[in-house]
Design a binder for this molecule. Structure first.
Ligand SMILES: NC(=O)c1ccc[n+]([C@@H]2O[C@H](COP(=O)([O-])OP(=O)(O)OC[C@H]3O[C@@H](n4cnc5c(N)ncnc54)[C@H](OP(=O)(O)O)[C@@H]3O)[C@@H](O)[C@H]2O)c1
Length: 384
């Protein structure tokens, strides 16, 4: 890439972040050349510099709050830069004739900019805004049950999101990395599963959990799925404390923080459900049985973090026993995912099925129990 091509990419990136995302008018005036022509100006806006100012600052920024521009690809050649991106925001005022929906909307765009001396000269784009907005008019999520799943950008969490969407739930898809979360959302939308919203959520980061909890006003189900394995192996006599703490921060303290941060919104649901995704490796009874098939899979961090999670689940279920809550620990079973470098007999479909079962329990369902996909008995109840 030439120096000029790199500079052109940097200018386009700056325009997207400073102008589209932040609404910086000075940056817009600096970057847009007075002779600029927008060949795909939105309906009702002028093709020149005034049109882009009107649309970006006076229309789009009034209509969408919590704006964010996510860039997936940028290709520069000669004086042109091509960008594939999503503009995301909460739709709070009329936009292109569509009344505010209150929902987070994605406008997916591929655009081409011609630049001269680091300024925008021409613009073409393909965007789905006009397709997407009218669809909002028909979506009414008011009566849908709402579920939040942590670590849902891939593997078992992602498949759980898919199955719950197929059952008609509205899904808050938790992902610590927004880019990965967006890719997951895009995949679900290509399957026609649209009632899903991305939530930045690193369960080990209290600021992230707090910010996410402020965005949700209705919730029926919380699935604490995010989990990490830690080092392999993790010998009890030598595993560094720092590594053990890291695993506990996600698998144990992260779950507690999630529950404490979302408990009040869950209390408002008539049928609140909490599923703590645990592991057979958290069972002290099974670990004490030399005939258990995973008897030799021992370690200082992962198993103990899930044992602690199981213990917390028992105490939490006890505190909530006289309410409508159902709180259970659910082991998806040994499943092929990135978690274990795709070893293991189980599929994500089966793993998600048991999580979904306990996320959607009826009023007569159990609470304060431990269920496992690896237990052969019909009720799949596991010893603690
Ligand atoms: N796979 C198995 O055999 C198995 C067996 C028993 C229990 N489990 C449990 O099942 C759950 C899901 O496992 P999996 O196999 O799907 O694992 P995975 O493929 O490693 O996926 C884990 C998910 O959790 C996310 N995550 C990790 N740390 C996080 C954090 N601090 N905050 C938010 N998200 C975080 C990951 O995000 P990134 O993509 O950003 O890393 C990813 O989305 C875990 O709790 C695991 O302990 C798995």
């Amino acid at each position: 890439m030439t120096e000029q091509e790199s500079a052109n990419k940097a200018t386009v990136l700056r325009f997207n972040k400073e102008v589209m995302q932040q609404g910086n008018v000075e940056a817009l005036l600096e970057i847009i050349h007075p002779d600029f022509i927008n060949y795909t100006a939105p309906p009702g806006t002028a093709p020149g510099p005034q049109g882009i100012l009107d649309f970006t600052i006076n229309i789009m920024h009034q209509a969408l709050t919590e704006r964010e521009v996510i860039i997936y690809d940028q290709v520069a050649e000669g004086e042109k830069v091509v960008t594939r991106k999503t503009i995301r925001g909460r739709h709070i005022a009329p936009l292109l004739g569509v009344q505010p929906s209150g929902q987070v909307v994605d406008i997916n765009i591929i655009d081409i900019i011609t630049l001269k001396n680091n300024r925008y000269m021409e613009h073409w784009s393909i965007r789905d805004i006009t397709d997407m907005l009218p669809k909002l008019l028909t979506i009414n999520t008011t009566n849908m049950k709402k579920v939040l799943i942590t670590g849902a950008n891939k593997s078992i969490g992602f498949e759980t999101a898919r199955q719950l969407l197929q059952q008609g739930y509205f899904v808050y898809l938790g992902s610590r990395d927004l880019h990965n979360g967006q890719e997951a959302i895009n995949q679900l939308k290509t399957e026609g599963l649209n009632n899903v919203e991305l939530l930045q959520l690193d369960v080990s980061d209290p600021a992230s959990v707090k910010a996410a909890s402020k965005k949700i006003t209705e919730l029926d189900v919380l699935i604490n799925n995010a989990g990490i394995l830690g080092n392999v192996p993790q010998p009890p006599t030598s595993e560094p404390l720092s590594s053990i703490r890291k695993v506990f921060d996600t698998n144990f303290f992260g779950v507690i923080n999630m529950i404490q941060s979302f408990i009040e919104v869950l209390r408002k649901s008539p049928e609140p459900r909490i599923v703590n995704v645990t592991s057979g490796l958290g069972s002290l009874t099974l670990h004490s049985d030399p005939n258990w098939k995973y008897y030799n899979v021992k370690g200082a961090a992962y198993g103990p973090s899930k044992t602690a999670l199981n213990a917390y689940t028992v105490h939490l279920a006890y505190e909530l026993k006289d309410t409508a809550f159902k709180v259970n620990a659910v082991d998806p079973g040994w499943t092929k995912t990135d978690f274990n470098r795709h070893n293991g007999p189980g599929t994500v479909e089966d793993a998600a099925t048991i999580i979904v079962k306990y996320a959607t329990l009826g009023a007569d369902g159990p609470t304060g129990k431990f269920f496992s996909q690896d237990i052969e008995a019909a009720d799949q109840e596991s010893p603690w």
